[in-house]
Design a protein. Sequence first.
Length: 377
Amino acid sequence: MRWNFWKKRSWANLDAFEGRETSSGIHINETVALGIPAVYACIRVLTEAIASLPLIIYERFDNGDRERARGFSLFSLLHDSPNPLMTSFELRELLVGYLCLRGNAYCFIERDGGEVVALWPLHPDRVTVDVSGRELIYKHQNDGNEKTYSMADILHIRGLSSDGIIGYSPLALLRDAFGYAKAVGEYSSSYFKNDASPGGILTTAGTLSVQSHSNLRQAWSEGYQGKGKHHRVAILDNDLKWQSIGVSPQDSQLIESQKFSVVEIARVFRVPLNLVMDYERSTYSNVTEQNRSFLTHTLQPWLTRIEQAMGKSLLTEAEKERYFIEHLTQGFLRSDTKTRFESYKIAIEAGFLTIDEVRQMENMNKLPEPGKRTYAF
């Protein structure tokens, strides 16, 4: 049987490597990763962009029309508040954050008489998954207590996966990339803590005792090394001479390394560089196209994962025939005012949009009675 592909076993979050030393010598965990500016910026872009999109439940009709299902109990739960403690934005921001670093997001589905009344997030680190026949069994650890849930009780959103059961953990798989970015940041901080001053040697024709050598090193460091001590005049006696042996930040490719680490992290999360405030390769004309590409190539796969996972777990089989879940993305596709209004004019004249439909797109109320409408181009 095809289900033999998943033998009965316990699946962890693939974080076996978390906390291990990376090839750059840095230990990476969630806190360290989020402390990398490029990582934090990319995750903020993704979480806030997705969470800010309205999440709507539609009712479909036999003639192909659809309408917002405001009377359906799930509508306000997904659109406004999924539980008494959180807003829809806050829950989805949290879940996408889990997906970005852990590759999995879980919610306990609270039901009352079969009706979904709340969604409660579960931290991925505390959830394991067992495969039992055609069922998944979820085990959640909380304060030393383990609770077991069936598939019907859990909303599970997965990232990229090798088995369709558990998503890969970017925090584990990409720890070397995160470690490199962290190492570059730490080296840069250490470099500029010393006033970006190159190293050097003090030479003398005489011979120094061990104690004299130690005293000279300490005196030089205290007098001329570190923040706030730059540009001091060094006075050398006893035929001491200073010889610089360091290189400039540009020559050492420090700045280039920092830029590379930002590009590498942005590549991991597929976030355009202009959205993490790197405008070196951006122009006014291509930023709009980059934002459109961001929706198509970066956000849309995540939105589809979320919509399909919610539809699978929150709707009954009968409800799936009548309702579907979808994010509103028109805001991302808005062009400048002049282009947008010219497009509306063409659409109205061609007959596939009405004045009221256009006004609705612009967040305006319908016009008065048809006989009282006054408009002209």
